[in-house]
Write a protein of this length. Structure first.
Length: 406
């Protein structure tokens, strides 16, 4: 029978691959159309709001934009929506596969909040729904008439959520959820606002009515928000690979500053695309913010309070520890892996345990059983280049113990 753990690992890989592919498509089209809209030549005669000539791949393209809509419905109209939808759906599928099915390892940290895995999952789902409801309420209020104030309030909401997530979830899950929280707002903008508004305009054209310009204005505001939120979301999705981002005491402040770097970077490109100058000061601000982020990551570093977590053993982990062969397997892990995966690594050049994984105690080894099995048993990913000289017999012992434990 095929190993279910290995099969699930490939399912997770496939979903992650899909998520990255669709995210590239969504972000690429979003950035392209924002740049196109800002860079249009509007000093032209005719019904179009702007025009631009572009060259790519050996061909020349003439692109025109209508402020509201053309006089008649085009025979062929391309809709940009599935990139957004599939990105969110595949992202939520990953959230389920990694953080819900692996809640006791990746989602819940008893040293931060002693909650059950079901409670943590419920908070996760509810927070994503809350994010859209709160954001949409702000956008539909009178604040929409003051885009700058609206963005400031949105930023305040994101900072509050950053702090809240770090008080409930593990550091890794907190930053990932902040990315999911923001991405949910972005995708919901497309599904609930941008696409319905565009359909209203299309229906008006088909019926011979003159479309109302307000629908395009609303859609453009939401699209602009998405434009400024994209880069921080990418950072948070990558952060789970870097403990210095997620496993530090000031991770919520780091997250808050990341949103500002997203604004400064996008402001530069948006300004250049609009042919309104070359604000290089934004890169100076971005570098300063990043230096502050790097400093905060070690001031001080506590790596998910590994010593406290090591003393907490769940019933599932206890069952793993009591399985025949655990003592031998734990000795292998402590001898071959713990020189790096320790609260204070002794391997030269490594200051913090890779990905925040500590493998010093029996509870920590049981907590990371699946990763050990995949990384050092089924595959030869760990130790890197086999620097600790783990033998094939020892890898076999890891595999036999894990399969017996299930």
């Amino acid at each position: 029978m095929y190993d279910l753990t290995v099969a699930m690992e490939w399912v997770e890989f496939a979903v992650r691959w899909l998520h990255v592919i669709t995210a590239i498509a969504w972000i690429g089209s979003s950035f392209y159309f924002i740049a196109l809209d800002l860079g249009l030549n509007r000093n032209i005669a005719g019904p179009a709001d702007g025009e631009e000539w572009q060259v790519h791949g050996g061909g020349f393209y003439q692109i025109q934009k209508y402020l509201v809509a053309p006089e008649a419905m085009p025979e062929h109209l391309v809709w940009f929506k599935w990139e957004s939808y599939v990105t969110w759906l595949s992202g939520f599928a990953l959230l389920f596969l990694v953080y819900y099915l692996g809640a006791d390892l990746y989602l819940v940290d008893p040293s931060i909040a002693e909650i059950s895995t079901l409670t943590a999952i419920a908070i996760s789902v509810a927070s994503l729904a809350f994010g859209w409801i709160a954001y949409d309420f702000l956008c539909k209020s009178r604040l929409a008439e003051n885009p700058t104030l609206l963005m400031l309030l949105l930023y305040a909401l994101l900072v509050i959520m950053a702090y809240g997530y770090t008080q409930v979830f593990s550091g890794r899950a907190a930053l990932l959820h902040l990315g999911a929280f923001t991405a949910t707002i972005m995708s919901a903008n497309v599904f609930f606002i941008i696409m319905p508004n565009q359909r209203i305009v299309v229906d008006d054209l088909k019926a011979g009515r003159t479309p109302d310009a307000k629908y395009g204005k609303i859609a453009k505001l939401r699209s602009t928000h998405n434009n400024y939120l994209t880069l921080p979301v990418i950072f948070f999705m990558l952060s789970n690979h870097y403990p210095l981002a997620f496993a530090t005491e000031y991770n919520w402040i780091i997250a808050s500053l990341v949103f500002l770097t997203g604004v400064t970077i996008r402001h530069y490109f948006n300004t250049v695309h609009a042919k309104q100058g070359n604000p290089t000061w934004t890169w100076i601000v971005t570098v300063i913010l990043f230096i502050i982020i790097a400093w905060l990551s070690t001031a001080p570093l506590y790596m998910n309070k590994g010593e406290e977590v090591s003393e907490i053993v769940t019933p599932h982990q206890q069952a793993l520890i009591q399985t025949d062969g655990f003592e031998e397997m734990a000795t292998i892990v402590q001898g071959r892996c713990a020189m790096c995966h320790a609260a204070e690594p002794v391997w030269e050049g490594i200051a913090w345990p890779p990905k925040g994984v500590v493998l010093e105690t029996h509870a920590q080894i049981a907590q990371n059983a699946k990763g050990i099995y995949i990384q050092s048993g089924v595959s030869h990913a760990m130790p890197p280049a086999n620097v600790s000289f783990i033998t094939e017999e020892e890898r076999t012992q890891i595999v036999q113990w894990y399969r017996a434990a299930r």
